[in-house]
Design a protein around this ligand. Structure first.
Ligand SMILES: [Zn+2]
Length: 358
């Protein structure tokens, strides 16, 4: 055995995780004809922010290979990177990552909707609601999970599920779709049902895996767009492909690719809708990369991908940013994860407010 191979083997044993897997996409996953949406400088009446939890560039390119060299995400005309560090760690968790994107503040890992020092801060959803826009959340894990909760809760710990559920009941979203019904009392569920125009918690906890809910996310995103677009002032919709992270945490290449493709189908639904609604900004990004995935081999013609995970945790790389539509050009280049907050408000003509304390 060559010495560098031995070193790799020992490194893998020490890390426990060193999983190389192969995935071959089935026929029928190919994107039929991606909708092309260009960049414009008009103000964004509507903003759709799509977050692939744990979706690094590696997850995107694994899905691209399995999908025979075609994805909706990779048709977006503007690309950049987001630096994912938190106030406390080089490697963020989804609470601090979500807070940076939602509220424009770097906070400590585990904290939601508050600054590093603990001051509550307004999210993009709150700012958009204040500007008269309808707001919505569509996710595939519990609606009280860290990423969606960053848009409405203000807690020291992402594990304060009861406080997070309470904050959602007091929020002003028109659309709430995801999982997590078990986190709410019957009275709270009735209140949410009454307040929302579209309310669905499809599972007691997280939604089932992508393979068991074909088309569900893309369908719910279409439903959300239909409801939200009735507001004459426009809307803000956050969509999360929540389970890309879940599958990468258990080092499942199959699950990671399938969840990323499922998320990509939802991006496709948005792009098709945007062709008739050009006054819309779409931003697709991630809160961090999960699993330290790398692509070791593959075949674009056969939809084959050979991937290798180097950790069961998150990694420290910057993640990709893709944008299309009104004001999209602002998202090119390398940016901090806090920049989404100000750039999205600028694109929507709301003026720039960074990390606004309540
Ligand atoms: Zn994670």
């Amino acid at each position: 055995m060559k010495s560098h191979h031995l070193f790799t083997l020992l490194g893998c044993l020490a890390l426990v995780s060193c999983s190389t897997q192969r995935y071959v996409g089935s026929h029928g996953e190919k994107v039929a004809s991606p909708a092309v949406v260009d960049v414009s400088t008009q103000p964004a009446r509507n903003v759709i922010l799509m977050i692939g939890d744990g979706m690094g560039a590696e997850q995107v390119w694994a899905a691209w290979l399995a999908n025979r060299g075609e994805l909706n995400i990779t048709t977006l005309p503007v690309t950049g990177f987001s630096v994912t560090t938190s106030a406390s760690h080089l490697i963020t968790d989804s609470a601090a990552g979500g807070t940076a994107i939602a509220c424009g503040c770097k906070t400590k890992n585990g904290q939601l909707g508050i600054t590093a020092e603990g001051k509550p801060v307004d999210s993009l959803a709150v700012q958009m609601h204040r500007a008269g826009k309808a707001t919505g959340l569509v996710v595939t894990k519990s609606i009280t999970d860290a990423t969606p909760a960053a848009f409405y809760a203000h807690v020291k710990s992402r594990r304060q599920t009861a406080d997070i559920a309470d904050a959602l009941v007091k929020s002003d979203f028109e659309v709430i779709v995801g999982g997590g019904s078990a986190d709410f009392s019957a009275a709270q569920l009735a209140q949410l049902e009454k307040k929302c125009q579209l309310f669905e918690l499809a599972a007691p906890g997280n939604c089932v895996a992508a393979a068991k809910r074909p088309g569900w996310l893309a369908g719910r995103v279409q439903d959300a767009l239909e409801v939200l677009s009735k507001d004459k002032d426009g809307f803000f919709l956050m969509v999360e492909g929540s389970k890309i992270d879940t599958e990468a945490h258990v080092n499942s290449l199959t699950g990671t690719v399938q969840e990323t493709q499922d998320f990509d189908q939802a991006v496709g639904a948005v792009l098709r809708w945007m062709q008739k609604h050009p006054d819309t900004l779409l931003v697709v990004t991630a809160d961090h990369q999960t699993g330290g995935l790398s692509i070791l081999d593959g075949d674009k013609e056969k939809g084959e991908v050979k991937g290798h995970f180097s950790t069961y945790r998150h990694s420290g790389v910057a993640v990709p940013v893709y944008a299309a539509g009104a004001g999209a050009s602002a998202f090119a280049g390398v940016q901090e994860n806090t920049a989404f907050f100000t750039k999205i408000q600028n694109a929507a003509g709301l003026g720039s407010r960074a990390c606004t304390s309540k």
